[in-house]
Design a protein around this ligand. Sequence first.
Ligand SMILES: Cc1ncc(COP(=O)(O)O)c(C=O)c1O
Ligand SMILES: N[C@@H](CCOP(=O)(O)O)C(=O)O
Length: 464
Amino acid sequence: MQFVSTRGRAPVLGFSDAVLAGLASDGGLYVPQSWPQIGADEIASFAGKSYAEVAYAIISRFTGDEIAPARLKQIIDDSYAVFRHPSVAPLVELAPGQFVLELFHGPTLAFKDVAMQFLSRIMDHILAERGLKATIVGATSGDTGSAAIEAFRGRDTTDIFILHPQGRTSPVQRLQMTTVLDANVHNIALEGTFDDCQNIVKAMFNNHGFRNRVRLSGVNSINWGRIVAQIVYYFTAGVSLGAPHRPVSFTVPTGNFGDIFAGYCAKAMGLPIDRLIIATNANDILRRTLDTGRYEMAGVAPTISPSMDIEISSNFERLLFEAAGRDAAAVRRMMDGLKQSGGFAVPDMALQAIRRDFAAATTDEDATRATIAQTLKAADYLLDPHTAVGLNVAQQQPHGTTPMITLATAHPAKFPAAVKAASGVDPALPSWLGDLYEREERLSVLANDQQAVEDFITARTRAA
Ligand SMILES: Cc1ncc(COP(=O)(O)O)c(C=O)c1O
Ligand SMILES: N[C@@H](CCOP(=O)(O)O)C(=O)O
């Protein structure tokens, strides 16, 4: 399996090199050259298989012969052994035809663990085989960072530098990152927004001298190694509800578009998905784009679902590439427009293709709080604010004939203040995080300045 850049000017790479590259050298994102197909019989055969077995069936389609089957199986088994639910990603029915897919049973209580546990092990394997060390960077609005730090802590092959927007994560999210004191972990609180963090990460990838000197790699969903692992739970959830014989629909709380793009990939590979619904909070650039055909930045507002406070939705570029018929020149034009004027028009043909596969809707702060309160009352189920955005949007949809699955992307205990204000319930952290507030913190505050971040990394990485 080979991977091509959405901007068409970077080398075509195999799986291992695409994972180590993170972002393509032309600034684009890697996507598979073609979509591997999983036939109806094979999808049906997933019923009754463990999560790790299904993960192997899907991920091995992308690794080809680059990773020996026994080694890949071991990496996948180890990745999902750390989850605290035997199904890894269980489905819960809240009302007839309305389900949530719980993706928060990993070590840091958010869906990011599902991919990050795999990514850290596969990267470690590739680097160790090549006798290399790498510098890992990531931008986070709270969840990617904690999952990445937990997954990469203590590894000899990597130093990890995570940029979070100072003061814009929940306290639990911050502490999950800053109380990890392993020598290879470095937390940067940036004076800016998540988009500023992500811009600096991308700019460091585009600074080829720096990139090569520190052997830069990334853990955001711009890295194909993240998306590939997120495709798996669409299949396991779909099969639990009758796929391939019955189509299913998904509503996905969306920010950087990685999670819902994994659903698009599952569909392209053969999973019968009826509707894919983008759920946004007040930062609704994606909903506006689907409505108007213009991607137009308007400024980020802080919300009670902070992990979705994002305006530069990186993986939307992967969708634009697909929807524009894999026309890399068209993608370059759109991305140039975004960089130069903060917006671009989606060409008509691409917009129509996007609207065929996706719908989008927004939930405001009051409706998010009301959804938390009502779901507790009606179903005795406590939602986190991100999942509440998703569920509210799912409930806004016309009643279809297919089951609707909302992705439950985080545990409510990550956002105790917002959950308590909405429901009166103070969600308890699990036992392994019980003393989180007492742990020692380590972080460095840096200005929103690429050079300052590069200097910080250069002084600390072991990969240079
Ligand atoms: C809890 C939670 N929900 C939803 C999202 C949005 O997911 P994505 O960025 O893949 O669209 C995030 C952040 O990515 C998150 O942390
Ligand atoms: N919400 C994310 C933002 C980064 O998303 P990613 O999936 O591209 O890593 C976070 O919690 O950090």
